[in-house]
Design a protein. Structure first.
Length: 340
């Protein structure tokens, strides 16, 4: 399937590799590094990439969920694959309300099984999530970047922590900036990682408050920051008695990783309140304005910047060295309990 080949130019790849090398020169305090498995499991990245490409060739709609899984993992207890753990009492991260719409768990199981057959007990599920996110973006026409690896898997996963750490789609710009700052991320990372909404879909239930009863007074008020024409189309799709319908996060371009997301945000057609919030801060708005309707050079700059921010997010709260474990099965800890 030709559309699954990364479209990043050789020049862009060179710039990206150089940028990340320079960026990582003084950022290896967490013992992560590019090529961590070069000797212990040199096939790990190729196995992950091949399976992601095979899956997306059949089901391209899974690209968004594979990318989303990385965000939902890293923002809760750090990038430790705790989002993949099952709980017999249904009290793990995946059972929390914000995670009930996550998809693609079986893809990570498939990748893990394939890697275990080649290099048993070596590659963590946390690293597989990070690699799969990169490969999903590249498969949808977006950039590729060097992924730092060396993470180990966590053994604790609770629904309450997911509720406390995953930012809801209704936050304003100040709340978003604070949450990202608490995770060690910058305002620039915020606006770049928000562009992940250029691929994938969401459910109408995620935007109910923008379309109906926005004031909370049990009326038909709508979010005034939403473009009226776009709001009318959303209301036709998301009627009050049917919030299970799905909507494209980047209409007309939801299967292509590109800058079209910023065009929509600038036109007040971002699906979530957190998208609209990017216009309420001078720094985030400036980035949106710079890259809306951009040329090839602008796109290359965006691709490079996005890769750097993904690397930054991949460093949140990582377990390395003797901390954590390398799970044999991504949904189960090797021996210890899931909760404290």
């Amino acid at each position: 399937m030709a559309s699954l080949k990364p479209v990043t130019s050789l020049l862009l790849q060179s710039f990206l590799i150089l940028t990340l090398i320079l960026h990582n020169a003084n950022g290896d305090q967490n013992c992560l590094k590019v090529g961590f498995y070069e000797e212990s499991c040199p096939q790990a990245e190729a196995i992950t990439r091949n399976i992601v490409n095979e899956v997306l060739a059949i089901a391209p709609s899974l690209s968004g969920p594979l990318l989303r899984m990385f965000f939902h993992d890293c923002f809760v207890r750090g990038c430790d694959a705790s989002v993949l753990l099952d709980s017999p009492t249904k009290d793990a991260e995946k059972d929390a309300l914000p995670n009930l719409t996550l998809r693609g768990y079986q893809i990570f199981d498939k990748i893990k099984n394939a890697i275990e057959q080649t290099c048993p007990g070596v590659v963590s599920c946390a690293d597989i999530i990070a690699l799969a996110a990169r490969d999903a973006v590249a498969a949808m026409g977006g950039p590729s970047w060097e992924v730092e690896t060396g993470r180990r898997d966590g053994i604790i996963s609770t629904a309450n922590e997911a509720l406390a750490n995953l930012p809801p789609a209704s936050l304003n710009i100040n709340q978003l900036k604070l949450i990202f700052q608490q995770k060690g991320l910058t305002v620039r990372d915020l606006v770049l990682l928000s562009a992940a909404h250029t691929i994938g879909i969401s459910h109408c239930s995620s935007i109910t408050n923008r379309l109906y009863n926005f004031t909370g007074n049990n009326d038909d008020s709508s979010d005034p920051s939403l473009d009226s024409e776009y709001m009318a189309r959303l209301k036709m799709k998301c009627q009050k008695d049917n919030m299970n319908m799905i909507v494209e996060m980047d209409p007309g371009s939801f299967r292509t990783f590109d800058e079209h997301y910023y065009d929509l945000v600038a036109k007040r057609r971002g699906l979530f309140q957190t998208d609209a919030a990017l216009l309420d801060d001078p720094e985030t708005k400036a980035y949106v304005d710079t890259h809306r309707g951009g040329d090839d050079l602008s796109r290359q700059e965006f691709f490079i910047d996005f890769g750097v921010s993904m690397v930054n997010m991949g460093r949140i709260g990582v377990l390395t060295g003797n901390l954590g474990e390398v799970r044999k099965i991504c949904s189960k800890v090797n021996s210890l309990p899931l909760t404290p």
